[in-house]
Design a protein around this ligand. Structure first.
Ligand code: FAD
Length: 373
């Protein structure tokens, strides 16, 4: 089994399987560098005696690893990079891989797309890239297509830990004629279809990175982060969670609580589920994961289970955490917010609180982070 080790100044490393796809199989091994001296080199890799928390399914005894040195400068910047590339002068990046990440019963298609930016378009967790799809703008003949934004789903190191890639989680936008119910390919989304159809080696024009509202506040490493996502809104949280639980960088040692609420249609639509389950197993005190499957689960009133129903279920705890300074994030389709806001308002009123005042306070304290589209 081939895996990657990421190492930081030859000090602490963590290791994970990569295999043919990006999905983790629940293995995380941490080894202090001095222990390497006891291990033999095997060809291009190292033989490690994996000593902790190996997935029982894999029953690994030996792990062959490639060493990737983390580009240290990515930790040193004090400000996030912003708009290094603008629409008039975009960066030409290359598609490294493209993988459909939902099962056959998922309504719609979502892809995990890794883009190689060669280290030239660095970003921080929670930022977005712009993508300019090829071709003419249908609304302005003769003009290029406009930029579409996509939240970045990897940490600043990328899925390969070399600081040269960014991953996007893209849902293919299709159009169904409301009268016939049939798909109309002439009206399909331009950029999402370009990205979901892309192949390794294809060129892609990117802009950015952009956005500050979803940056992960790192000043308090014991903080609580409540993350609410619908569908591809999971993207920034995948980056946060990899930074918190998968990577091991000296400047960010997460000891707080990360609580993820993910709403999708059904089990086949779950995104990055294996990664999250593995964090849940390894860090039960630091990571909570709740899912709402609207087409498979019912809420307590017998209706479809949406993410706000899960929030309501845990509202007492959530309100306490918010009172204690927790950050709350919302990312995904615009349509998610009214239902969530109504639920939060109702819960606040049941507790004898004014939601409007509470919301003002959360915003003033920079605890409230929303990126919906
Ligand atoms: P467009 O070509 O822009 O079309 C938009 C919609 O209109 C499509 O649904 C299309 O089917 C429909 N349409 C086209 N022509 C017609 C017509 N004639 N009549 C009626 N309808 C028509 N998306 C993600 O998948 N993942 C992300 O992580 C993500 N992050 C985002 C982050 C931010 C900050 C923002 C603002 C948006 C984000 N988006 C994300 C959404 C993304 O930017 C695009 O809006 C989305 O992919 C659709 O773009 P498109 O070019 O495919 O569709």
């Amino acid at each position: 089994m081939y895996s990657y080790i990421k190492c930081k100044r030859l000090n602490v490393v963590s290791l994970m399987p990569c295999g043919p796809c990006h999905i983790l199989h629940g293995v995380r091994v941490q080894v202090l560098w001095p222990q390497f001296s006891r291990n033999k080199f095997l060809g291009e890799g190292l033989e490690l005696s994996a000593r902790s928390r190996l997935s029982t399914q894999l029953r690994l005894t030996k792990i062959y690893a490639k060493v990737v040195t983390i580009p240290i400068e990515l930790e040193e910047a004090t400000e996030p990079p912003i708009n290094l590339f603008k629409p008039k002068e975009p960066y030409t990046a290359t598609i490294k891989s493209n993988q459909k990440i939902v099962g056959p019963k998922a309504p719609g298609e979502t892809c995990h797309i890794v883009i190689d930016h060669g280290g030239n378009v660095p970003y921080w967790e929670g930022q977005s890239y712009g993508v300019i799809p090829p071709g003419e703008n249908p609304k302005k003949p003769g003009m290029p297509n406009t930029v579409r934004l996509y939240s970045i789903a990897s940490t600043r190191y990328g899925d390969d830990f070399d600081g040269k890639t960014a991953s996007l989680c893209v849902r293919r936008a299709v159009y169904y004629d409301p009268e016939t119910g049939k798909e109309d390919p002439a009206k399909k989304g331009i950029c999402s279809n370009f990205l979901c159809d892309s192949k390794p080696g294809d060129k892609v024009l990117i802009t950015g990175p952009s956005g500050k509202v979803m940056l992960l506040p790192e000043d308090d490493q014991k903080a609580c982060h409540i993350m609410v996502a619908t569908g591809t809104g999971i993207a920034p949280y995948r980056g946060y969670l990899r930074r918190m639980f998968m990577e091991n960088v000296p400047t960010f040692k997460f000891e707080g609580l990360a609580w993820l609420f993910l709403g999708v249609a059904n089990t086949d639509s779950l995104l990055y589920n294996e990664e999250f389950i593995s964090y849940q197993k390894q860090y039960p005190k630091n990571f909570r994961y709740d899912i709402a499957l609207s087409r498979e689960q019912l809420n307590k009133k017998g209706g479809k289970m949406y993410v706000q129903d899960k929030i309501e279920e845990y509202s007492e705890e959530i309100f306490k955490l918010l009172d204690g300074g927790a950050h709350i994030y919302f990312c995904g389709l615009k349509g998610m917010m009214p239902g969530i806001q109504d639920t939060l308002k109702r819960v606040a009123e049941e507790r004898g609180e004014s939601w409007d005042q509470k919301l003002l306070k959360l915003k003033k304290n920079k605890q409230w982070h929303v990126e919906v589209y």
